[in-house]
Design a binder for this molecule. Sequence first.
Ligand SMILES: Nc1nc2c(ncn2[C@@H]2O[C@H](COP(=O)(O)OP(=O)(O)OP(=O)(O)O)[C@@H](O)[C@H]2O)c(=O)[nH]1
Ligand SMILES: [Mg+2]
Length: 327
Amino acid sequence: MTTNVERFRASDMTSALMQVRQALGPDALIIGTRSYQPSGIRKLWERPYVEVFAGRGAPQQSPAVPQASVPLSATTVAGAQAMGVVPGSAPVATPPSLAAREAFPGVTADAAVDEYERWLQPRLSRFEPRSLALVGPTGGGKTTTLAKLAARYALDRGERVGLVTTDTYRIGAVHHLQTYAEIMGLPWKVAQDPPAMREAVASLAYCDRILIDTSGRNFRREEARRELLALLAAANPESVELVLSLTTGKEEMEELAGYFKEGPLTRVLLTKLDEASSIRKLVTALQVFELPLFAVTNGQMVPDDIWFPGARQLAQAIAREAVTIDA
Ligand SMILES: Nc1nc2c(ncn2[C@@H]2O[C@H](COP(=O)(O)OP(=O)(O)OP(=O)(O)O)[C@@H](O)[C@H]2O)c(=O)[nH]1
Ligand SMILES: [Mg+2]
């Protein structure tokens, strides 16, 4: 698939931003950054670098949605940092909250790792459905996560990806998704009601993936739950991912799980690990919802801050934190 996004690689953020400016001009929009630090023996032959993903400024963007992209007018590192674009965002494989603890190797208790791994193994789901919908409470990270998934499928794999949003409740919400879609050059539709949803999904039938963003609602309201169910029935996605922030308390998780006991959730996608008090919140969420885990997000940066951990890797992260905290 052809997208509008280009990748710029340099040894530091300033040089990468200069490359972006030279290639795309001052109105370029930065969709995300990635930094790479070789570890262990790799340091011998690999050098650290940063990558910036940027596209040409999309016309008619809403100024109300700054978090979707960063205009290049902030061409200094300080300016970029102020906008949350910093070199050194977490490497894909390790949640940032745990990165510091890498400095203390050997503290993991092998028995605990084995135990967690056995527990986690059947609770992780790697299945990548052709169509999926993201649902969840307000502000959990649905739209940001959708952009991360879209980038993964469209930019990294070259798949044809179509986006749908139901989010027409707030000014700026549609533009938020639209901004991501336009920067990545992806087709996108707005579907406010079930007939529009059916039409939107049908019109994207040629795509390899259809990713559906829904508006965050207060699910204590029965009407909000009913509307969501009707939209999902019309969309008929292969999977429905509950996007839930790991800053959510256990009681709130239990309340939410109660609302969706009868369906239609397929898996959980846990966000904001970087803000969570402990990675063990992830275990709590899996216990409360009794659903498999699809992915974890660990920061605001599109496309990198999403993690598809293996059972062993996650078990090590959990055990390592437990040992470090308890020590
Ligand atoms: N720290 C952190 N912030 C995140 C993460 N994912 C998303 N966010 C931030 O959370 C805020 C809300 O993200 P959105 O993607 O708009 O959340 P949403 O679920 O679409 O929100 P609604 O549509 O209002 O329900 C934004 O500021 C995101 O940058 C994450 O993994 N870590
Ligand atoms: Mg949203």
